[in-house]
Design a protein around this ligand. Structure first.
Ligand SMILES: [Zn+2]
Length: 313
């Protein structure tokens, strides 16, 4: 299959007007054909770019995620301008979708009811095929045959810090980017997956997104209950949203980070109790006050297991 190029001669000046609600509903109506599979789309340069995907609990994909990641993959140089157009989706928005929109795109609207308004439109159609996130054979061999088990959370963090040296200069394209690595550990601190930031060409590929999507591709599993996510930096809004969405049981997940991130995208995320994102998506009081994310402090450093961690906080 030949690679689809997003065609544009003047990417900064798209003449496609913003859609009316009725026209967006009409497009959604025609794209879904009454099927139940949700879609996401945006219109740019007289072309509708769209993705479809089932919404599954604890899975790191949705139509919005496919659309944004797919557009970055297809045309890294122009993608950011494309995804600044309003994205419409017939799926229920999750913290994962909203986080990715806020960090790597701009605006999104839910279209709860695609409808036939008898409107005509003359746009081209381009389906954005989901990206494939596959771990290298070497990684697979490494994780399956040479399991690493850490003695402590600080030891795991040291391993993550060492991994940041694997992040190339090319990946540090944006001012806000630094070498970042993330690990997924089992309850007994066995290494389940690792990843680094690779967002030079695709703004969505932060270390934690790579971690969760690669783990899912390899195992077909959610982020396991009682596991640890270790990150060298406080997860941003996008990564936090994906962690929250993909956790098998967010009440039994521990996110430990090293450096603070004072940027606007990480100050208050869904992983932080009482945050705006938390209140938007959660109503149960015990979930509003949950704080699964902790900075690596001396008391956290002493923890050897999730149970220890609960006792030292
Ligand atoms: Zn992030």
């Amino acid at each position: 299959m030949s690679e689809l190029q997003i065609s544009t001669q003047s990417p900064a000046h798209d003449l496609t007007p913003n859609l009316t609600q009725e026209l967006a509903e009409q497009i959604a109506h025609e794209l879904t054909h009454g099927e139940q599979i949700p879609i996401a789309f945006l219109v740019r340069d007289q072309t509708i770019y769209f993705s479809r995907a089932e919404m599954r609990a604890h899975t790191p994909y949705s139509p919005v995620v496919h659309l944004i990641q797919g557009i970055y993959d297809l045309d890294p140089l122009n993608a950011f301008r494309f995804v600044r157009k309003r994205i419409y989706t017939t799926a229920r928005l999750t913290p994962m979708c909203l986080g990715m929109v806020k960090v790597a795109a701009q605006r999104v609207s839910e279209l709860s009811r695609p409808r036939d308004h008898q409107l005509k439109f003359h746009f081209d159609l381009r389906e954005i095929i989901p990206r494939k996130m596959l771990p290298s054979a070497l990684t697979q061999l490494f994780l399956n045959q040479s399991p690493i088990r850490f003695q402590s959370v600080p030891e795991a963090m040291n391993h993550a810090r060492a991994l940041t040296h694997q992040v190339s200069q090319a990946e540090q394209r944006y001012e806000s980017d630094r070498p970042i690595a993330a690990l997924l550990l089992s309850r007994d601190l066995k290494l389940l997956e690792f990843a680094v930031n690779t967002n030079a060409r695709n703004r969505t590929l932060h270390a934690e997104v790579n971690l969760i999507q690669t783990y899912y591709a390899r195992t077909g599993s959610a982020v396991p209950s009682d596991s640890f996510i270790i990150s060298t930096r406080k997860p941003c809004r996008m990564c936090a949203g994906m962690i929250w969405h993909c956790a098998e049981d967010i009440q039994n997940l521990n996110i430990i980070y090293d450096e603070e991130d004072t940027g606007p995208n990480a100050r208050s995320t869904i992983l932080n109790a009482e945050s705006y994102d938390r209140k938007r998506f959660v109503s149960a009081p015990h979930l509003i006050s949950l704080q699964p994310e902790k900075r690596l402090t001396e008391s956290v450093a002493k923890a050897r297991s999730p149970l220890d961690l609960i006792s030292v906080i």
